[in-house]
Design a protein around this ligand. Sequence first.
Ligand code: C2O
Length: 581
Amino acid sequence: MASSVQSSCTFLLATNHRHSRPPPSSPHSLTPAGRHRRSHLFQVSCKQQNPPPPSSEGKVDRRNMLLGLGGLYGAANLIPTNPEAATASPIEPPEFKACGAARDVQSGDLLNINCCPPTSDKIVDFKLPPPPAKLRVRPPAHRVSKEYLAKFEEAIRRMKALDKSDPSDPRGFMQQANIHCAYCNGAHDQVGYKDLDLQVHNSWLFFPFHRWYLYFYERILGSLIDDPTFVLPFWNWDNPKGMQMPKIFDNSGSPLYDANRNQKNRPPAIIDLGFSGATEDLQVVVNNLTVMYSEMIRSVNSTLDFMGQPYKAGDAASPGMGSSERGSHVAAHVWVGDPRNKYSEDMGNFYSAGRDVLFYCHHANVDRMWSVWRTLKTDVPKDIKDPDYLNAAFLFYDENKQLVRVKVGDCLDHKKMGYEFEKVDTPWLNYKPTKKAAKAKILKIAAGAETVEALFPLNLKKITRVLVNKSAKGKADEVLVLENIETDTTKFIKFDVFVNDEDDGSVELDKAEYAGTFAQVPHKTKDKKGKSTISLRLTELYEDVDVADDDTVVVTLIPRSNGDDVTIGGIKIIASPPRSG
Ligand code: C2O
């Protein structure tokens, strides 16, 4: 299947610096000067300093403003403290003994919490037990049985009870929540690089880390109720039937309940995965399906586009999110987080997300999306073969309180880990948006559109139409590249990209002309400037809109938030680059 364009909700780090990892022949210690410390710790909270102006067309919903993406910046003294590390490239598991303070990742504020795990002298290399004859089946949360719910609640109740009986028990509810804080809010350094934070988001570690995290969480819950077949449920937000917060989490008498949630988004509110701001339920649902189709298929031009960018030993944190992480994943965090709280706790911030049981249910679906993606018959290879990916490792406590070391390469196939997902419909799978614009109108618009030379570099103050040359006539396999997008990193920035569309700024995303989104959440940088480039694959869009003999298309750029603070260096269409990661 021809595939891809950019995801519809693209939380790019505006300062996606190129890594300065030296070539393999040159030891790190010889080239520290060119390295920067830039740990963009994406956090899903943060006070919005500059709320976007209300706009009559395609407004950015205010809850988008709760999303923050931050960075801590320190001195660029990155001489490895461990010379061995200079030649080892996979990310190593953290040293728990060296765990330090956690910070809010946007403001850099020290958080008033110690989220370091208990230490242990004995670390065991984890070996997956042979999978059970019958795999455990994770159910969708919106249709679990009474018996299942009772077990789930009891397991969580016991986990919470451990917090009281022994707060240092690594299986306890808070200890488990703190795992996320320590791995995501700068408490762990990269081994050998004490000035680099370890960060499990915004890179290719995103899926594997969370898969292992849930794996042990599930085993601990199972062992607390003496049921080794126990599984977590998944929040089926990619299916219209699951697009509300699952009701089992909304009962205030249940241990699954969390008062720290956005009250507006309790059932029956429908999640808005594309930050579209649409107000009609039906429109939100079709937008969601479009977002899913886009981030799973249409937007994905390469393995790393989906998985996230390479992150190796000695690299600054957060090289870049994959389409799913920055799309539906971020959206659900932001949507659930409580705007009444300073850092949008619980789900709206890394450090606190794990205090809401819904987090694990959300991530069970993120995990499911990875597994569904691997079965898709698209032209994008599904596996990353780089040993630095496969050998990256983490530490977790297992259900026997044993500290274990796990490797990314051992979690690629969830069936080998003993579980699968209950089959549910995936209505987004063939959710090809349809063409809405008429050819005659497009010709008229094209006649009035200005050229790239006349407009760029472009400050995106207003809706802009530009005529862009194709690399080849008609339906070629092509990518739209928006180069050197410079942003003010203290602002929430979002703009949408449409190709051959007649309409200026609708809240509808479910149309073929929709090519993708750029978004940046506010975060700290030294000079408040960020620069990035995005590619939107057009191949499938061409199938659906009429470009039969055209050498040019009209690209419409629609600022949704703080367009004044965006300058796009250039725009071009090129032949699609190779897809393998
Ligand atoms: Cu580790 Cu959804 O965040």
